[in-house]
Ligand binder design. Structure first.
Ligand SMILES: [Zn+2]
Length: 121
């Protein structure tokens, strides 16, 4: 049966066979330190989180974003890209998709306006 950590105000689940959660267990002090060091080394430069060299790319159309997202998904799947970097690419792609959509609609509206104006000349 799972139980809660007995540390004051801690709402995390206790580890199996322990009265404390990972963050509070005295038995986990060494592992916490290792995790912090690992995190510290990786965390300094986000580009260290990508284990291969990626070239800058031109993104103009939805198909470019699709290609990049497929590449990103695959890099995460094979452990060559940090999840935080991938999430950031995902968020920015989301915004970019909307901007591309709006730009395309604006261009179409302009074309239609031109046609209407020509007809009325
Ligand atoms: Zn706790």
């Amino acid at each position: 049966m799972s139980k809660k950590c007995i540390k004051n105000n801690c709402k995390a689940w206790a580890l199996v066979g322990d009265d404390y959660c990972f963050s509070h267990s005295p038995q986990m002090a060494e592992k916490r330190q290792q995790a912090r060091q690992k995190g510290g080394i990786v965390g300094k430069n986000p580009h260290d989180r990508i284990k291969i060299n990626l070239e800058p790319i031109v993104i103009e159309h939805g198909s470019d974003i699709k290609k990049m997202l497929v590449e990103t998904i695959n890099l995460v799947r094979i452990g060559q890209m940090d999840i935080k970097v991938a999430n950031c690419i995902g968020n920015l792609s989301n915004i970019l998709v909307k901007v591309i959509e709006i730009t395309e609609i604006e261009e179409k509206v302009e074309q239609i306006e031109e046609k209407i104006l020509k007809k009325n000349e």
